[in-house]
Design a protein around this ligand. Structure first.
Ligand code: ZN
Length: 395
């Protein structure tokens, strides 16, 4: 494959979204939040009081809190920043679609809203592009759910519409994203935020940035043609990759801010990454061979360490280092591919184990390894040999 390896740019960012949480780990998070009642927390941001209303998801021994507000945003407030805290007995309810719509309209002046069954898309590019995104995401949603339900994983429905923001130009997107991503924003074409639970991206066709074409009607077929062009696949893959993360965190696979090993969350996202844009069905090919990742894995094999499987499943380090990240993604895709095909039941059981993990509680590498072995067996070497041999036969 020429050009950039699929998803490479976003993948490096993916790892960063986890790093921002690390600062909070200095606190001991051990007390589960209450499932009932509405929590009110006042804190300060830049010298101004901020009043949060929502549900405390988890609480630190020292009084710090992790609160999910009614918009679905997670706020980690260290104890020294909790100015005031109360609770009443009203039930927590996420914002309705109408409330979210009103909220987004205030937050993003000039944006319009596109509604689909499961998504709420706020955009300031052409309506055709927003509709294209909505249709693509609904196809992914159905493919994702069908795929796992057929394999016995009981998914839950998202408790609120899934939000995606689409900016007209890369510049506008970068300006917005910088608040969350810092300077990395300039290098990535879309991201899923664990904090806000939103996917943010821009119009990949650039139709709004080419005024000479503005009078033309853009159709879904034209958009597909533009994005099927050589060099655009990885951008589309990134948008899907991030939307898959959003699904995984909203359909019961993982809990936001839980310690999900990157091999599993990234392996899962890469597994769904490439849609078939030419087909109206989209993901006919779910779980098919990903040529870019397979090729990368093959090239990695000669230098692959004997304990590669162990380091992959017990630590996120290889995903975090820019010089090892792409090989780690390729190995995560390969391992996911192998386990789903050869050990479906065990893979689902491992996913269920991960789904039970609470937020803010982090495992040691030894604990991660034990969890892996408890499902896939104690003999890692034998499994590794089988894995490498199997991947050698994949075409
Ligand atoms: Zn990812």
């Amino acid at each position: 494959m020429g050009g950039l390896p699929a998803g490479s740019v976003s993948d490096i960012f993916d790892v960063m979204r986890y790093q921002s949480i690390e600062l909070l780990l200095l606190t001991c998070w051990s007390v589960a939040g209450s499932a009932f009642g509405l929590d009110y927390v006042t804190t300060e941001r830049e010298g101004r009081p901020v009043h949060l209303v929502g549900q405390i998801v988890t609480e630190a021994a020292d009084g710090g809190v992790l609160l999910r507000d009614r918009e679905g945003i997670l706020w980690a407030v260290p104890s020294e920043q909790v100015v005031r805290r109360t609770r009443d007995d009203q039930p927590y309810q996420p914002m309705s679609r109408a409330e979210l719509s009103a909220r987004l309209t205030v937050e993003l002046p000039g944006f319009r809203l596109h509604h689909t069954a499961n998504y709420l898309i706020a955009y300031n590019t052409s309506p055709a592009y927003a509709q294209w995104c909505g249709a693509l995401y609904e196809r992914l949603y159905r493919a994702f759910r069908n795929y796992w339900e057929r394999r016995g994983f009981a998914l839950r429905d998202p408790d609120m519409p899934l939000i995606a923001l689409v900016f007209d130009t890369r510049d506008a997107y970068t300006k917005y994203a910088r608040a969350e991503l810092g300077d990395a924003a300039g290098n990535i074409v879309g991201y899923y935020s664990l904090r806000s639970n939103r996917v943010t991206m821009f119009d990949l066709t650039g139709s709004q940035a080419r005024p000479q074409e503005s009078g033309r009607t853009t159709t879904s077929a034209q958009i597909n043609r533009l994005l099927a062009a050589p060099g655009a696949e990885w951008m589309v893959a990134t948008i899907i990759h991030e939307a898959t993360h959003q699904l995984a965190y909203n359909c019961g696979f993982h809990t936001r801010f839980a310690d999900i090993p990157l091999w599993i969350s990234e392996g899962l996202a890469v597994y769904f990454e490439t849609p078939d844009l030419a087909s109206s069905q989209g993901w006919r090919n779910v779980g098919g061979v990903h040529p870019g990742r397979l090729d990368r894995f093959r090239r990695f094999l000669p230098k692959r360490a004997a304990d590669s499987l162990q380091t992959l499943v017990s630590s996120d380090d290889r995903f975090r280092q820019p010089d090892t990240a792409l090989d780690a993604y390729a190995e995560a895709w390969s391992l996911t591919y192998f386990l789903i095909r050869k050990y479906t039941g065990q893979y689902i059981r491992y996913l269920q184990l991960m789904a039970e993990k609470p937020p803010m509680i982090y495992d040691t590498p030894e604990e991660r390894l034990e969890a892996f072995k408890s499902v896939f067996g104690q003999d890692l070497q034998a499994l590794d040999a089988e894995f490498v041999e199997y991947m050698g036969s994949v075409r």
